[in-house]
Design a protein around this ligand. Structure first.
Ligand code: SF4
Length: 287
């Protein structure tokens, strides 16, 4: 598939090059579809129901986090979350418009899929299925990425995403693929700040796909259990201080104040930078 991935990226880049040069445009039909996608995105983000359900998009996240959601614990939110999610949806709508303009062979988009994992039926909505050079569809997920995650994660490929997958992107892709009964193609990642696009191929074996489905089954089983008494992750010793840093999965979690009562967001104590990065501490005694 390496070739298809490279060609897809090239096809999109060439179209954007031509658009930059004033030699390509989008049809009225594509623009209308883009407007419709944006309309649905803003309606979705401003009328969110906070009901818990197991979804393909969330099953790969930390189990402790999913249980807290299940039991209705209050999640810490920021006022800008709604806009942050809306940006993601609009970036996805832009990406779809660009791919349509570039003539990418789109087999399906925003398709609802289900699959049985153990005794449970689990649902999701895949972003896009694209027909490859052999005429076969593959499932792709569009991700709007920060500059940091675009550079350090998506640009480094499937194994880099797998190694640091606190949002469960790998499982999400495999479950969509299983629901659609087609291979998982990978991610179409868009850098929100620069507009760069990376096509990241999902490079996996059939055994790995099966292992991912088995992992999903195990997680579903564990989701029946009670909430953790102590966080299942260890805090991390900060070198040369008595402080402890928050484990990575917790730094992205809206329940951190429940699990780490003394959590503090503070400039990194050991940093020598003029403007030290802000990091989460679970214990901050040396400042
Ligand atoms: S803060 Fe950490 S331990 Fe607590 S629910 Fe979130 S990920 Fe799990």
């Amino acid at each position: 598939m390496e070739n298809f991935t490279v060609l897809l990226e090239l096809q999109i880049r060439e179209f954007l090059d031509r658009a930059n040069a004033g030699k390509a445009s989008l049809s009225d039909e594509i623009i209308e579809q883009f407007a419709e996608d944006c309309k649905q995105a803003i309606q979705r983000q401003f009328s969110k129901k906070r009901e818990y359900s197991v979804r393909m998009s969330g099953l790969g996240r930390p189990i402790c986090q999913q249980k807290m959601e299940r039991d209705g614990y209050e999640e810490e939110k920021s006022y800008n979350d709604v806009l942050r999610f809306l940006f993601g949806d609009v970036v996805e709508a832009i990406t779809m418009a660009v791919m349509r303009g570039a003539g990418v062979d789109i087999a399906d988009t925003q398709t609802k899929v289900t699959t049985n994992i153990g005794d449970s039926e689990i649902a999701g909505t895949l972003d896009v299925a694209i027909t490859d050079e052999h005429g076969l569809p593959k499932v792709w997920d569009i991700k709007s990425a920060s500059d940091y995650s675009f550079t350090n994660k998506f640009s480094k490929g499937y194994r880099a995403i797998e190694a640091d997958d606190v949002f469960g992107y790998i499982m999400q892709g495999h479950l969509y693929a299983e629901g659609y009964q087609a291979p998982f193609g990978g991610w179409i990642a868009v850098n929100k700040s620069s507009g760069e696009i990376a096509i990241v191929e999902a490079d996996y074996t059939e055994e790995e796909h099966e292992a991912e489905l088995k992992r999903a089954k195990d997680i579903l089983k564990k989701l029946d259990g009670p909430i953790h008494k102590r966080p299942p992750y260890d805090s991390i010793e900060e070198k040369d201080t008595r402080n402890r840093l928050m484990p990575k999965p917790c730094t992205f979690c809206g329940f951190k104040k429940h699990c780490w009562k003394n959590a503090e967001f503070h400039p990194k104590v050991t940093s020598r930078a003029k403007f030290p990065p802000q990091v989460w501490y679970t214990k901050l005694v040396d400042k």
